[in-house]
Design a protein around this ligand. Sequence first.
Ligand code: NAP
Length: 295
Amino acid sequence: MNILILGPGAVGSLWATKFKLVGHHVSLWGRTSKSELSLQLDDAPLTTYSNQSITSVQEADLILITVKAWQVESAIEPLLPYISEDTIVMLMHNGMGTAPLIEAKLANNPIVIATTTHGAYKPSKQQVLHTGHGYTQLGGFNAKGAQCDFLAEVMNHALPEVHWNPNINGALWTKLAINCAINPLTAIHQCKNGELAANEFAIELANITHELVEVMNKEEIKVDFDALHATIMQVVNATAANYSSMRQDVFHRRRTEIDFITGYLLQTTEKHQISTPENTKLYQRIKQIEQSWTE
Ligand SMILES: NC(=O)c1ccc[n+]([C@@H]2O[C@H](COP(=O)([O-])OP(=O)(O)OC[C@H]3O[C@@H](n4cnc5c(N)ncnc54)[C@H](OP(=O)(O)O)[C@@H]3O)[C@@H](O)[C@H]2O)c1
């Protein structure tokens, strides 16, 4: 397939190199205007890709968008005049809320949403490290996207495991709930995920979870408090030694994905006219932290 990776950061470079290894024709669209970029996955040989080539947009069978959630809208903008209606557009990032933005611009394209638990890290522009083996779920966002289940096999060949999930919305909400519980707290307290298992966080985590359950049920995602709380604590314990991405973003004073994580929850809360004070407090605290960097 002709595959274009929009946003060759850690996740995008991991997929670019893995797709290339199994024989796909892979191009990149990064922020630099260099016409070629090279990438090295772990100890594998360096591989070279065209960058910012209009032809690669026009000929793409798949555009995989791996920028951060808040970068999606501006990243797709320069490509819009060249994207064919047959090109599948796939979003792969933490958080929710970007697919409707893409649909508004590319109403006739198949749109697919992906969520991955693989870990990737880019210590330099060229090098990408596959730091944690995970799995990837895909599902259609619109009717045309729902017909793209063959992509699971294509992607599974490059970087297993990949599953097609007809209920991707449920999977995304579960991931969002885990992120809402873990990310802001670890960012505010600048702690590792595992530290949230301490007693001092027990009541706060329970309150956050109660609110998440209420919103998810309103969205017709069937989940109860015990099950969601157990899932969140299981992730806290399984990733005890890790720093969450939001903790890292705050540490490095980079804009976080809060607007597409807790922010998306709050938008949904507003739609259903319910109140989620614990999550609102976390959202406001992260926004305050971000604002303090510009003051
Ligand atoms: N890393 C992981 O292990 C991991 C795991 C699961 C999920 N995720 C999620 O996956 C998403 C991507 O994460 P990441 O770690 O790969 O982030 P990242 O390394 O920051 O990658 C984003 C890339 O997009 C590029 N970019 C930004 N705006 C652009 C634009 N307008 N045009 C072209 N390229 C643009 C950035 O360029 P610059 O280099 O110039 O900034 C960067 O290379 C996030 O939502 C993250 O939460 C990450």
